[in-house]
Design a protein around this ligand. Structure first.
Ligand SMILES: [Zn+2]
Ligand SMILES: [Zn+2]
Ligand SMILES: [Zn+2]
Length: 102
C-alpha cells in the first residue's frame, strides 16, 4: 500500500499532545472528529469540525501524515499525496479520557 507516497516510511510513534484537539481545548471550542499528526503527536480536529485544526497544523508545519484518532480507527492520510492507507498495525492509543460532543 505505498500508492507512490514516500511519507509513509517516515511515520513516527508519537505521544499525543493533548486529550482532544490542542487548540480547541485552549479556546474552549468543540470538535467533531480528531486527527493525530504522526510526525510530532499534535492532536487536531478534522475538516468537518468548525476550526479544522489538523489541516491548519499541516499548513503551519508541513507534517504530512495524520491518523484517524476519534477513536483510533486504523487509517492514515497523507496531505501531500492525498492517499489513504492502512495503519491498523500502528495505531496511536488514546492516553486518557477524551471528550466527545456528538
Ligand atoms: Zn505522502
Ligand atoms: Zn480544533
Ligand atoms: Zn505535527
Amino acid at each position: 500500500m505505498s500508492n507512490g507516497c514516500t511519507h509513509i516510511a517516515g511515520i513516527q510513534s508519537v505521544t499525543p499532545s493533548a486529550l482532544g484537539c490542542e487548540e480547541c481545548l485552549k479556546s474552549g471550542s468543540q470538535w467533531l472528529h480528531l486527527r493525530i499528526c504522526r510526525s510530532c503527536g499534535h492532536v487536531g480536529c478534522c475538516d468537518d469540525s468548525p476550526n479544522k485544526h489538523a489541516t491548519a497544523h499541516f499548513h503551519a508545519t508541513g507534517h504530512p501524515i495524520i491518523e484517524g484518532y476519534d477513536p483510533p480507527e486504523g487509517w492514515g492520510w497523507c496531505y501531500v499525496d492525498r492517499v489513504l492507507f492502512d495503519l491498523s498495525q500502528r495505531k496511536t492509543p488514546h492516553n486518557g479520557q477524551i471528550p466527545r460532543y456528538y
